[in-house]
Structure formats: C-alpha cells, structure tokens
Ligand binder design. Structure first.
Ligand SMILES: [Zn+2]
Length: 172
C-alpha cells in the first residue's frame, strides 16, 4: 500500500465527513461557509461543543486558537475572531481547523481510528493533519469547486490564496 493511496483514501473520508456535516447544517450547496456564525450553531446542535473568545495574551504566541480534545472546548484569540468576522480567509480557516479537531477527535474519533488501524502510515493518525485536511475540505467544498481556478476559490469560499491553492492541488 503506497503512501499516495492511503492519503487519498483518508482525504476522501474527511471530505465525506465534511459533506455530511454541511448537509446536516443545511450548508451542502453553499460556497461561502459562515464559519463564525457556525460556532453558535454547533454549540446549539452538539451538547458537548463549546467555545470562548479569549484575550490574545491568554494563549501562547503563535497559537491562534486551541481545542481541548477531551471536552471539545475551543478557545479562540480575540484578534483572530475579529478578523474572521471581517472575512479574513486565514482566520476563518483557523476556526474551521479547530472545528476540525472537534469533529475528527471528539465526535467521530472512534470510527476514523478503526479505519486507520488497517494501515501503519503515520501522518494520517496525526490530529493536526486531520484537522487541516477537514478544514480545507469543509471550507472549499469539493463538489462545488471542481471547475474553479485558485482565485475564484479565494473569492467564492473566503479562504486565503494558500488554502485555495492547496485545495486546488488536492482535489483529485
Ligand atoms: Zn490544530
């Protein structure tokens, strides 16, 4: 089993998870995910999901936000939250990333783990890789952006150029 096959399979699983969640939230065909508003929706829909906005000095330098994977509690720096409210792609993705931690580890960690046990390749057991992959697939819907250029994805999905480029290169 090559790395490539394992990777594309795992990405496909997370892509499917992202789509199931979009569907569940009535966002299946929305190009632009209202990620800030979604925090409140998720807190209502999932009883163990919670978040708070914290002062910038309450999290270490270089940490934009963090998720406690045992409780599902997300802390977001105020500056990140405010920029996300203003539509800044990088900060919107930071929030999606933390939501990704919640869904890959808290909500469906068990079923993913069971699938991953069949293979020994490490990166896909990495929660950071999983959260990043989920966030990209969630913010840039594979089934809606197949014909789009990088700049069209940036505009339509409200993500950074880097994120759009990454999704563009991993949509196979
Ligand atoms: Zn992370």
């Amino acid at each position: 089993m090559s790395d490539y096959i394992v990777e594309s399979k795992s990405r496909k699983e997370l892509r499917r998870l992202a789509r199931v969640l979009r569907k569940h939230l009535g966002l299946e065909n929305e190009l632009w995910i209202p990620i800030v508003e979604l925090l409140d929706v998720l807190a209502e829909v999932f009883s163990d999901f919670s978040y708070e906005i914290v002062g910038d000095n309450e999290l270490p330098n270089g940490t934009h936000a963090e998720t406690d994977i045992r409780t599902g509690h997300i802390k977001i720096k105020e500056s990140v939250y405010l920029r996300a409210c203003n539509g800044e792609g990088r900060d919107r993705m930071t929030i999606a990333h933390e939501i990704g931690h919640y869904f890959t580890l808290c909500f469906c960690g068990f079923s993913l783990q069971r699938n991953f046990k069949r293979q020994e390749v490490k990166p896909f057991n990495d929660p950071e890789w999983q959260a990043k992959c989920f966030a990209g697939e969630f913010m840039v819907a594979h089934h809606l952006t197949g014909d789009m250029s990088v700049s069209e994805i940036v505009e339509a999905c409200g993500v950074s150029i880097d994120a759009a480029d990454y999704q563009h290169n991993h949509r196979g």
